[in-house]
Ligand binder design. Structure first.
Ligand SMILES: O=P(O)(O)OC[C@H]1O[C@](O)(CO)[C@@H](O)[C@@H]1O
Length: 401
């Protein structure tokens, strides 16, 4: 059962039990976040008397969405600042803990794992618990678990009496879980309007249900991918947001697109080795690094420009020279690069966003989720499993033990 789109429109859930579960969960997340931000729920031994930091422990679909959204939408001075442990690299873990310093006492640790048994996440949790012990802090009063009911993580959190537990549903895949507790809790704690994110996603879902292809942005996107890559993934997707706050979009899309579409067999059991490779960065900064090859080098890609029309809030524009702002340069760089690629026969798609807001970010996420689903239908594969990653994890465990 696949139902991530019910998360933003619970009325679409197949029965009232699921609908209520989704609605109650959103309410529980909002209430918990309000209580933490408002200081009603506080850490037991912090001088600040309230939580000031979030340490999110998770990997893949349990990290990339929250990372992208934090970078895109967190205000300059969020009520709680977020940092991530998303690897089993001891130096990386030590760095995050060291950066927290004495604020470990006012850190809310959110451990996110759908399966509840991913090795990197488990290791991150054990390392953080050790740091708490060494600092004389009680981890369970500051720990929150987001996972499937009765997973190893869920049982640990329940038995150890952690501060809170929020469910992940088995009908939501990790890579499409940003609108579940995985993304919503971290966002709400940073002061991001999660209802607006859900509204944006739900409006995009609606807009992409029309069977009239030319009016359906997700269908158009999927058809562009199909055309550009000959329906066999012959070209890579280069994602170039011209907006600093959308820097992590390509990283987020890497998992959504590659884990969903990179499949050995089609639905009829034919070996097809499908997929679309995704990479990217941000414009205009990185065009100083890659434009030479994109324009003149091997033609093994198609580009996606993400264009954002509003740069500063109205009334805050400042002209560098008469009639020209910094943002005009950014826009000019995008247009110039796109024209240069076009002149050399290199294909590009442009996705235009009015402004980076919770609503537009929700809509962007839904747009790509829907495009992935449509593309998978076009090439006759299952977008919602990951036999390749699952078997490489088994191999890792076999090598270790
Ligand atoms: O949320 P979990 O179960 O810890 O999994 C993390 C990630 O690992 C994967 O299973 C791939 O290894 C992804 O599909 C998933 O997003």
């Amino acid at each position: 059962m696949v139902g991530h789109y019910w998360l933003r429109n619970p009325k679409l859930a197949p029965n009232s039990f699921l609908r209520l579960q989704i609605e109650n969960n959103i309410e529980a997340i909002s209430a918990f976040a309000d209580d933490v931000v408002g200081g009603k729920i506080k850490p037991p031994s912090s001088p600040e008397g309230r939580f000031t930091q979030i340490l999110s422990v998770g990997i893949g679909g349990s990290a990339l969405g929250p990372q992208f959204v934090a970078e895109a939408l967190a205000p300059d001075n969020p009520p709680l600042k977020i940092r991530f442990i998303d690897n089993t690299d001891p130096a990386g873990i030590d760095h995050q803990i060291a950066q927290l310093g004495s604020e470990l006492a006012s850190t809310l640790v959110i451990v996110v794992s759908k399966s509840g048994g991913t090795p990197e996440t488990r290791n991150g949790l054990l390392e953080v618990q050790k740091a708490f012990r060494e600092a004389g802090l009680n981890f369970s009063k500051q720990g929150v678990a987001i996972t499937q009911e009765n997973s190893l993580l869920d049982n640990t959190a329940r038995i150890e009496g952690w501060l809170a537990r929020f469910p992940m549903f088995d009908w939501v895949g990790g890579r499409t879980s940003e609108m579940s507790a995985v993304g919503l809790l971290a966002a709400a704690l940073q002061g991001i309007d999660i209802k607006e994110m859900l509204t944006g996603a739900s409006l995009m879902d609606e807009a992409t249900r029309t069977p009239v292809v030319k009016n359906n942005p997700a269908a158009l996107l999927a058809l562009c991918w199909y055309w550009a890559s000959d329906g066999v993934g012959s070209k890579d997707m280069v994602v170039l947001p011209y907006k600093d706050s959308l820097l992590l979009f390509s990283r987020y899309l890497q998992q959504l697109v590659m884990e969903s579409l990179g499949k050995e067999f089609d639905l009829d059991g034919n070996r097809v080795n499908q997929g679309l490779s995704v990479y990217g960065n941000k414009g205009s900064t990185d065009q100083h690094a890659y434009i030479q090859q994109l324009r003149e080098g091997v033609h093994n890609f198609f580009a996606t420009f993400i264009e954002v029309l509003r740069d500063r809030p109205p009334g805050h524009d400042w002209e560098l020279e008469p009639g020209v702002t910094c943002g005009d340069y950014l826009f000019g760089m995008l247009q110039g690069t796109r024209s240069a690629l076009y002149a050399n026969g290199r294909e590009s798609i442009t996705v235009t966003v009015q402004e980076v807001t919770p609503r537009s970010v929700g809509a962007l996420i839904a747009l790509y989720e829907r495009a992935v689903g449509i593309y998978a239908s076009l090439v006759n594969i299952n977008a919602y499993h990951q036999p390749g990653t699952d078997s490489s994890l088994y191999l890792l465990l076999w090598l270790l033990f």
